[in-house]
Ligand binder design. Structure first.
Ligand code: ATP
Length: 369
């Protein structure tokens, strides 16, 4: 076995998977470092769960190889891989106590009873489930059951922990609490974690790196901040973030100092992106996060717009506006917005923060300050 540092972690080499002739994953190449908290994001049906199931050995690869800590695992029995998986619905055994649920997998692995007892105590303490080891899952709250499911995975001391939307069945308060616990746990775990989620906040707050998947392909892999501030393409820009990035269509012309000007019928947006870095493209889009769109009064020289609707979240509001040509934009306002549907406003776009996307959706970004 090759245990050199570069072989620690998880590696996919040209992995392919299809169901009934429909390809789900195609030539997937991916390296996840040991100890990473790796989050997979993507629209429904893009193959996130399939990817976890291939690692766990619950599905077989059609082509390619998977290595864990230098060992080829794609042809191994699920139980021999050093992988543990936490499912969305916990899948605890209802007729067993919490302690028996934790012990079950260890007995199957042939762990001696004395060590099983020690591991259960250690795991139960670290997840604060030690006070209900004798209870059956049906007597526990959703959050407690979720922690037991996590415990049942961790007690096996897996090389890799796979989690498929582990928090999605919890109510919002419990979700927040458990998310914080997972963040702490993630840092203290030696295992590599791969988690699938639909929740942007979970992805942004827990991940060391996020992978965005779409159309059978990896769209981008990066830290949460990289994906948010330098999305590789239009899909990532509109998929990552609490609201999709605003996108406007227009023309690009060269401005002073070789900086691109984005031309709209209502006026020019001066970006700080160099035109000599841009390809020839006839079809340009400007992308701007909601926090870089400012609402002013209609008398200002800014783009005129009408408020469509307002989402007030308490600490901030999202104000949805419509331009004369029908384009829609979202602006963030601190606190509770006083705007009402139908209000006439001016829209000031911060060109210094604007991104450009060509006809293929590829992105160009302002240089970091
Ligand atoms: P979601 O976010 O909705 O859970 P996902 O990204 O996890 O979606 P997968 O569950 O991996 O997506 O499914 C990917 C595709 O493969 C889907 O089109 C799904 O219908 C199909 N698929 C998954 N498992 C099977 C199976 N056992 N047999 C046939 N098709 C399957």
């Amino acid at each position: 076995m090759d245990n050199s540092p570069e072989n620690q972690g998880l590696e996919f080499r040209a992995v392919a998977k299809a169901f009934d002739g429909n390809r789900v994953l195609d030539n997937l190449n991916l390296t996840i470092g040991k100890g990473e908290f790796f989050v997979i994001l993507g629209p429904s049906g893009c193959g996130k769960t399939t990817l976890l199931r291939l690692i766990a050995g619950l599905e077989a690869v059609d082509g390619g190889e998977i290595f864990l800590n230098g060992r080829p695992i794609h042809a191994m029995e699920a139980g021999d891989r050093g992988v543990a998986m936490v499912f969305q619905d916990y899948a605890l055994y209802p007729h067993m106590t919490v302690a028996e649920n934790l012990a079950f997998g260890l007995r199957n692995m042939g762990v001696p009873p004395v060590e099983i007892a020690v591991r259960i105590q250690e795991t139960a303490r670290s997840l604060a489930i030690d006070s209900f080891l004798d209870k059956k899952p049906g007597k526990l709250s959703g959050g407690q059951q979720q922690r037991v499911a996590l415990g049942r995975a961790l007690v096996k001391k897996p090389d890799i922990l796979l989690m498929d939307e582990p928090l999605s069945s919890l109510d919002p308060a419990l979700r927040l609490k458990t998310r914080r616990e997972l963040a702490t746990l993630g840092r203290s775990l030696l295992a590599t974690v791969v988690m699938v989620t639909h929740d942007q906040v979970e992805a942004m707050t827990l991940a060391s790196r996020i992978m965005v998947m779409h159309d059978h392909r990896i769209q981008q892999i990066g830290t949460p901040l990289e994906l948010f501030s330098r999305p590789a393409n239009l899909f990532v820009a509109q998929f990552v973030g609490a609201t999709p990035m605003n996108v406007l269509m227009g023309d690009v012309v060269a401005g002073e100092g070789g900086r691109a000007i984005f031309r709209l019928p209502e006026g020019d947006i001066h970006t700080v992106i160099r035109t000599d870095t841009l390809p020839q493209s006839t079809d340009w889009r400007l992308g701007l996060r909601a926090e870089h769109v400012e609402l002013t009064t209609p008398k200002t020289p800014h783009i005129p717009a009408t408020v469509d609707f307002v989402e007030r979240l308490g600490e901030q509001s999202w104000v949805h506006v419509r331009l004369a040509d029908g384009s829609e934009l979202v602006a963030t306002e601190a606190g509770v917005s006083l705007h009402q549907p139908g209000d006439r406003v001016g829209v000031k776009l911060d060109g210094g923060r604007a991104h450009l996307f060509d006809a293929d959706g590829r992105a160009w970004h302002p240089e970091p300050a």
